[in-house]
Design a protein around this ligand. Structure first.
Ligand code: ATP
Length: 124
């Protein structure tokens, strides 16, 4: 595979995802949550609109975690010693993941509420 080819760039990106899954516990938690959510969505035969919201939320959280991992690596490389700006960079990136995760939880509750109530026979 040629180093600068399109195929090579996909392979490097896949390596990045594998690296994050291997080294970041939070990334593994996000991936496990995504599997649970996708399985539940399939079992409940959700509408296309609800699927889109769920997939957007899952993608947002995992993309934020990947960016957070990238930023942590760059900060550790550039500033292995303690520095207030290194702290600010890492904390802000972690804040972005937190915001995305809160959005995903709220979106999940909104998306699953009605189908879940219907399943229990409690729909109005
Ligand atoms: N070089 C540094 N200078 C100052 N504070 C730092 C530095 N590195 C890390 N910290 C502080 O320690 C916290 C944890 O940093 P660490 O690199 O361990 O990330 P982490 O907890 O492993 O993040 P994640 O769980 O997302 O992998 C940071 O959010 C930051 O507040």
């Amino acid at each position: 595979m040629r180093r600068g080819s399109l195929l090579a760039s996909f392979a490097y990106a896949a390596q990045g995802v594998r690296y994050a899954l291997r080294t970041q516990r939070n990334m593994r938690i996000h991936a496990a949550a995504a599997v649970v959510v996708i399985t539940a969505a399939a079992l409940l035969h959700l509408s296309w609109g609800r699927w889109v919201v769920l997939l957007l939320a899952i993608t947002l959280v995992m993309a934020m975690e990947l960016m957070n991992t990238a930023l942590e690596s760059v900060v550790d490389l550039a500033s292995p010693e303690i520095h207030p700006l290194a702290k600010a960079a890492k904390d802000t990136a972690a804040g972005a993941v937190l915001l995305a995760a809160i959005f995903a939880v709220v979106a999940g509750v909104i998306v699953f509420y009605r189908p879940f109530m219907d399943l229990l026979g409690l729909g109005g």
